[in-house]
Design a protein around this ligand. Structure first.
Ligand code: HEC
Ligand code: HEC
Length: 189
């Protein structure tokens, strides 16, 4: 009786496994892979306009890294005129509105992704930081990061997420995915 079930279960597993191995259909294999792959830390960017407009000078930061109040402030006329000494005001009102919508609709407080939630939990409700690197949670995570490492990796500053987090553009910031050449300068474990 018991054996019969065991054989049925084994048959079931092995047929699924062979389907998985043979699957060359994109949708099908990515359906399977979604069980095995790590979920990103923040929602990845799927907006071409945003990538073009806000990825021109630096890494395109995911909207889920800041609350909507920060994005609103950043795009306000006053702040945009002097965005870290750059003028990023938009000539086209429609483009500006689309970017604003994209950023605020996908901001940290509306995201269910792990890091976005941690970011929101660490931020006092009165704070609207313009730098991701000023969020208490992000600051704490990089607390022991010596200047030396930033220089060694040619990262420029902590704002250059991709220099250390190789998969940052996929929304992955997990410390398992950081590859820092061993130089003895910084042991981050
Ligand atoms: C003309 C160039 C330019 C464009 C275009 C631009 N930025 Fe920036 N941005 C900068 C500079 C310069 C900094 C400061 C980088 C540093 O400190 O290393 C910066 C910093 C930032 C930071 C802070 C990073 C941190 O945590 O320290 C955010 C967030 C940001 N930009 C978002 C945006 C968004 C959103 C857009 C599109 C609306 C945008 N930027 C477009 C030049 C630009
Ligand atoms: C100079 C290299 C460097 C840069 C630049 C950098 N990080 Fe990191 N980051 C690290 C290291 C190393 C850790 C692991 C720290 C630890 O676990 O002690 C880390 C940890 C993190 C974590 C927590 C990961 C975990 O598994 O706990 C997040 C989230 C994160 N970084 C986001 C960012 C974002 C967003 C940016 C850009 C605004 C950024 N980092 C820029 C090196 C960097």
């Amino acid at each position: 009786m018991y054996k019969k079930y065991l054989i049925l279960i084994l048959l079931f597993i092995s047929s699924f496994y062979s389907l998985y191995i043979q699957a060359d259909d994109e949708g099908f294999s990515s359906f399977f892979n979604s069980f095995f792959d790590k979920e990103p830390d923040v929602a990845p960017i799927k907006n071409a306009l945003y990538l073009e407009e806000c990825g021109a000078c630096h890494f395109a930061y995911q909207p889920g890294l800041l609350p909507s109040r920060s994005w609103e402030k950043m795009l306000s006329q006053q702040e945009a005129r002097n965005h870290f000494e750059e003028d990023i005001t938009f000539d086209d009102k429609v483009v500006k509105a689309q970017i604003m919508h994209y950023l605020t609709d996908n901001a940290a407080e509306y995201s269910s992704f792990k890091r976005s939630r941690k970011i929101m939990r660490s931020l006092p409700s009165s704070a609207s930081p313009l730098r991701i690197s000023e969020i208490p949670y992000i600051k704490r995570k990089h607390g022991e990061m010596p200047e030396k490492l930033i220089v060694q990796l040619n990262a420029g500053s902590i704002a250059n997420c991709e220099a250390c987090h190789q998969n940052a553009s996929k929304g992955i910031y997990d410390d398992d995915e950081i590859q820092i050449p061993s130089t003895g300068l910084f042991d981050y474990d």
